[in-house]
Design a protein around this ligand. Structure first.
Ligand code: SF4
Length: 357
């Protein structure tokens, strides 16, 4: 990828939440009373940054809670002139269960949204209350049913390692998830963000081994149900992988607009707080190449070198390391992480990185 690549993947951040989940320190504040003004601000940001967007292959509306801009906000977004789509585009909207209504879903379907991701996190009311999620398990189930009636490509997020979740509760959450027969599920390990309420209370992350076991259990059951683990935290039926995120993991450019959105354009990396840095071509290649190790497609060193020839001096060292990971059953024959490999993916990436220093 280069700075000349057309910008075809756009992320829009909606920094609004009706409260604060215990573990979260994302950039967000109270719901806006003027969603149209926020849409205008996104257009103004695009213009001020002199970004020229090609017809989009993917648009991802994340948060915060994008649903809080309501039907008025989504119609304004659709007609803002901020973007156009290419054929076969993907438009994902993240939704909090409490914001899902038939009226909003009708709007999203009318606007051309193709994919919904609902943050469920747990199907247990006590756990949801402890996390201050501001919805019940029943609301989540109703939200999923409503969303799917309008946009069938609806998936959910769950979190492993939430407080109070023992093996029985985790199994119950997975049972509920399987009963829904969803096309896409994301399962994240709980992380307690710096600056979150729980971090300020001095809470520590859960036992790493127990979380790894919970995720391994979920991965095995999801595979049996036909949802392949295609990335560290993501599982999908055939044809339902998130194209927006795949572009990033394939090392592609993406533009983020909105308070709290990151971008990656050519050698420029823009953090969610708006600070920018220019990477060297080697740093850029390393970052883009190593994200591909997360995917079930496997890490093809020859292909990687043809995209990033500046990595050639490290090819022998990398192949030696990859071979040792394969021997230790951390990578498959095509260099895709195994179940155990996913548990030590960060360490594998770090070692490959160190081989270039
Ligand atoms: S986890 Fe999501 S809904 Fe909860 S505070 Fe963070 S951004 Fe808002």
């Amino acid at each position: 990828m280069s700075a000349d690549s057309p910008l075809e993947h756009l992320y829009l951040h909606f920094p609004f939440c009706s409260g604060r989940c215990g573990y979260c320190a994302f950039t967000s504040g109270p719901p806006t009373s003027d969603p149209i003004n926020y849409i205008h601000a996104l257009v103004a940001e695009r213009d001020a940054r002199q970004l020229t967007l090609a017809p989009l292959k993917s648009l991802y509306c994340g948060g915060g809670t994008p649903g809080l801009i309501g039907s008025e906000g989504f119609y304004a977004l659709k007609h803002s002139g901020l973007f156009t789509f290419s054929a076969n585009y993907e438009w994902t909207v993240e939704l909090h269960p409490a914001t899902v209504t038939p009226a909003l879903m009708q709007t999203l379907a009318d606007c051309g949204v193709t994919r919904i991701s609902i943050g469920v996190q747990s199907f247990n009311d006590d756990v949801l209350r402890q996390c201050n999620r501001r919805h019940t398990a029943q609301q989540a189930l109703e939200a999923i049913r409503t969303a799917r009636a309008f946009i069938p490509d609806t998936g959910i997020d769950l979190i492993a390692g939430l407080p109070g979740v023992n093996d029985t509760l985790w199994q119950a959450t997975l049972d509920q998830c399987f009963a829904l027969d969803l096309p896409h599920v994301s399962i994240y390990a709980l992380s307690i963000d710096e600056g979150s309420i729980w971090a300020r209370e001095g809470r520590t992350p859960p036992n790493g081994d127990a979380v790894c076991d919970a995720i391994a259990e979920a991965a095995e059951r999801l595979a049996v149900a036909g949802l392949a683990r295609y990335e560290t935290s993501n599982y999908a039926r055939s044809g339902y992988r998130c194209q927006h995120n795949l572009n990033t993991w394939h090392g592609g450019d993406y533009v983020g607009l909105g308070k709290g959105a990151a971008s990656r354009i050519g050698l420029t990396r823009r953090a969610s707080n708006g600070t920018e840095e220019t990477l060297s071509t080697l740093e850029d290649a390393l970052e883009r190449a190593l994200t591909q190790l997360r995917l079930d497609e496997g890490f093809n060193l020859t292909q990687c070198l043809s995209h990033y020839p500046m990595l050639a001096p490290y090819a022998a060292a990398w192949e030696k390391l990859l071979a040792s990971y394969r021997e230790n059953h951390l990578l498959s024959a095509i260099n895709a992480p195994t179940l155990r490999g996913y548990e030590v993916l960060d360490a594998m990436e770090r070692t490959l990185l160190e081989a270039t220093l």
